[in-house]
Write a protein that binds this ligand. Sequence first.
Ligand code: HEM
Length: 409
Amino acid sequence: MSTTALDPSTIDLGDHALWTEDPPYELFAQLRREAPVHFSPNRRYPDEGGFWSLTRAADVHAATRDFQTFSSERRGIFLVDDFGAPLDVQRLQMISMDPPRHDRLKQLVGRAFTPKRIAAHEDHTREIVRTMLDRLAGRDRFDLVKDLGRQVPARVIGSLLGTPESDDHKLLHWTNVATAFEDPQIRTQWDDTMGEIHDVVTYINAVREQRVEDPGNDLLTALINAEVGGDKLDDLEIATFFVLLLAAGNDSTRATYCATMLALIKDPEQRQLLIDDRSLIPNAVEEGLRCFPAFGFMGRAATRDVELHGQTIREGDRVLLWYIASNRDPELFDDPERFDVTREGLDRHQAFGAGGRHFCLGAALARLELRIWIEETLDRFPDLVLDGQPERIQALFLNQHVSIPVRVG
Ligand code: HEM
């Protein structure tokens, strides 16, 4: 849908009609140029008030680093305060905390979630990817999201945490509860969000008790034992961090893998470049992250009145930092709408956040997983073709597909 002629003052980015097949990239380009601080009434959630959108990379970068003005804690990171779990519950997760609470969590979690632990998971990640690809052997048609995209990250996170594969379907369900509430169809899969959250806490408490008796070499055991100056994570903190890892780890890697593979399927020349030269795959991963950030935005709330580009953001207003737009800012990238696996300077993309204290804790794991997953897929299925219309989730926060039918070429 061409949207370039719209008057910015009439645009409500929360209108799902703008988000059917793809994010409204043309509209974001217009806002970046003409209305870099833009207000949407968010009519879909009339009780929540509207939101401001920042779309320029420099503004997203500056706001990300200024937590004193743009708080993650005050109104959380979504486009509503209450998605069935109220702010008090959301604030138990580090992603919705400001200092000093965030400092404490970051230090403790950092003791367990180390680069060494992630790097040590490389061989196992490859094994998981190969097993999931093996399960597709003999099929000439499958769905990239439903038959592969969901399974791999769920098992990678599950194996890191030390939960059994037979529980992966539960972890995927809870991932939806935590993040996919905007999609009317997915939202029919559960009635009571807080009831589901209690179920996760009960589940993780049982696993935790088992680990206390029988420690393993997994992330959960490391979290239980993590200590800074005698301070440790309590049971609720471990459980809520677990939910954050599920949501952050599942949705994100799946979304980026599927969108990047779709771009490669649509552009066989780009795909051939990777098949001919494997050393380009890490760069293709970064280009996938840039073009298709798994989270459309992260939310903040203004802690004081702020003047920016001629607009006044009032204290308490919600402000969305749109990675979907900032990653396509021509100030950062030439020809930004083009997917180009040979593009240079990709270390400036903002898919993992624009630096700052909330910068993605799982970036190294995501990069490792995506590289291996794309390598192995291209080995096994070098010539996939599209076999129907891809279907996008109905959401602004999650930028992902729910279906990509493919055929072995
Ligand atoms: C393609 C993959 C991924 C993308 C695009 C992504 C993106 C992001 C973004 C945008 C943020 C918030 C930045 C901010 O608010 O400034 C974030 C935070 C976070 N991510 Fe990721 N993420 C990915 C994978 C993962 C994985 C695999 C894990 C863990 C298993 C993970 C764990 C986290 C955690 C714990 C935070 C909160 C950090 C904090 O609040 O200090 N992410 N991620």
